[in-house]
Design a binder for this molecule. Sequence first.
Ligand code: ZN
Length: 164
Amino acid sequence: MLKIEANTKLRVTAQIITETEQFLRQKGQCREEGRVYWIGELIGPIIKITRLHIPEQISESSIWGVSVEVRKKERLAMMETLQGNERVFVKLHSHPQEAYMSETDIRNPSFKHEGAISIVVPNFSRNPMGELLDCSVNIFTAGEWRELTREMVSRFVEVQYERV
Ligand SMILES: [Zn+2]
């Protein structure tokens, strides 16, 4: 359970975004969607993402479209890697083209608790994810997925670049 308030921020390093992009592009080259999770800690109103988890996954590509599935066993294995106050905050996957929550994504029963964050990345992440403004950022609240507007995303997401 996580209450997303107006001042809640999702803080993620540019490094984690880069690693996420690399994986999604690699999958995209095989015309496959990819799925990852972002793990971190809640520090006051800040969701501080500290690491990327790439689970074993089953990607399918056919004339009917593409999909990716992470089995329950793999999700449980991920939960077992959590240390201290760590939690899985974000589920993130790529789409071949537009970023939106598909019917399948909405129906998917896994990772659907109050405050769960689901991000969909367009174009197999061919373009840099940057500040996630071209992604579909969704929060599960009061029993449904709600998509943040671009303006809400720019207030919610805080990308940390390395200081030189
Ligand atoms: Zn999807």
